[in-house]
Design a binder for this molecule. Structure first.
Ligand code: NAX
Length: 329
């Protein structure tokens, strides 16, 4: 079988880190052939064309075809999976409303182009920031494609959270499970350890053996470290997260297609679960079953966790309002 994958912003940094791993079979496995559509804006075309030349030079057995274009109709033609990476970054002096407006001008038309050209079962993973609201805009701009087909990437945040817990507990990262991210992919996000386990036992219990005040560590160290990790990477590396973001994009999309054996996190459309207003694209604990994300329901939340969730959801509501004022929704 062959899957057609469209990558927007393919000439950018994350695009460059994604393409070769997809061609090597890291996303859909060693038996699935892939056809890549690299969608760029005119200024990004040369970089994307260069990446396409390198893809040829990789001689990947699974790579059937690569096309580079700046026309959305061609880019999304027959697309089964769309990775929406290209976005307008915040420029100097740019207000949040300007950023939302600029991105609405990208994700609205791309949503429409997906509805008109992609395959009926298309799956969309939005990486470009502000990812949740960009996914909401794209979903709202389509006729006929269910909103559930549009998701936002929060897997990188979850991976960061699991890695920080592994360090704190001196445990292998693979032994840490069930660390969902709630809400927005932003500094307001809530990485939640209430249900997390390390080798099957509660993380909270294991942390309490190593520190006196677990709640203070969560509030003052763990949550800010995870939520602001992007800024830390920029400070140390001099450039934003790239390979880790591409890795998370691959894991998110692979799990959506192939299924999960436990919880993970994804920004998905709310139907009112946990009091999150219907229609928002919020991160939740999810499982992937039969090719669809299902929100893990019925989890207990104490008052502190509820306050954290409410705060990040309030930010998503404010972003939706800002976009509504622009007349986009
Ligand atoms: P780059 O600036 O390296 O690349 C972006 C590319 O997108 C450029 O080549 C540009 O020409 C292209 N582009 C811009 N508008 C486009 C459009 N309308 N159609 C097609 N292509 C378009 O950024 P990069 O480091 O690759 O980051 C891409 C996006 O990922 C940014 O918005 C960034 O904020 C976001 N991130 C999201 C993360 C997440 O976890 N959700 C984490 C990493 C990253 O910060």
């Amino acid at each position: 079988m062959t899957t057609t994958i469209t990558i927007t912003g393919a000439g950018g940094q994350i695009g460059y880190a994604l393409l070769f791993r997809i061609a090597a079979g890291d996303m859909l496995g060693p038996d699935e052939r892939v056809r890549l559509r690299l969608l760029e804006i005119p200024q990004g075309m040369r970089a994307a064309e260069g990446a396409a030349l390198e893809l040829q030079d990789g001689a990947f057995a699974l790579l059937e075809d690569v096309e580079v274009t700046d026309a959305a109709g061609t880019g999304f033609d027959g697309c089964d999976i769309a990775l929406l990476v290209g976005a307008r970054p915040r420029g100097p002096g740019m207000e949040r409303a300007d950023l939302l407006a600029a991105n609405a001008g990208i994700f609205g038309p791309q949503g429409r182009a997906i509805a008109e050209n992609a395959s009926p079962g298309v799956r969309v993973t939005v990486v470009g920031n502000p990812a949740n609201t960009n996914a909401l805009i794209a979903a709202a701009s389509t006729d006929g494609v269910p909103a559930e087909r549009f998701t936002a990437l929060t897997r990188l945040d979850e991976n960061r959270a699991r890695a920080q817990l592994a360090l704190a507990l001196d445990a292998p990262v693979a032994s840490i499970r069930r660390v969902p991210i709630w809400g927005n992919h932003s500094a307001s996000q809530f990485p939640d350890i209430s249900h997390a386990t390390v080798d099957g036992r509660p993380v909270a219990e294991a942390l309490a053996e190593r520190m006196d005040d677990v709640p203070a560590w969560l509030e003052e160290t763990f949550i800010p470290r995870v939520a602001k990790r992007g800024a830390e990477i920029i400070e140390v590396r001099g450039s934003s997260s790239v390979a880790s973001a591409a890795n998370a994009t691959i894991e998110h999309t692979r799990d959506w297609v192939l299924g999960t054996d436990d919880w993970t996190s994804a920004g998905v459309v709310s139907h009112g679960e946990y009091g999150v207003p219907e229609g928002l694209v919020s991160s939740f604990p999810v499982r992937s079953v039969d090719g669809e994300w299902r929100i893990v329901e019925g989890l207990e939340m104490d008052a502190w966790a509820q306050r954290r969730l409410d705060a990040t959801v309030a930010e998503l509501v404010a972003e939706r309002e800002a976009v509504r004022v622009l007349g986009v929704l």
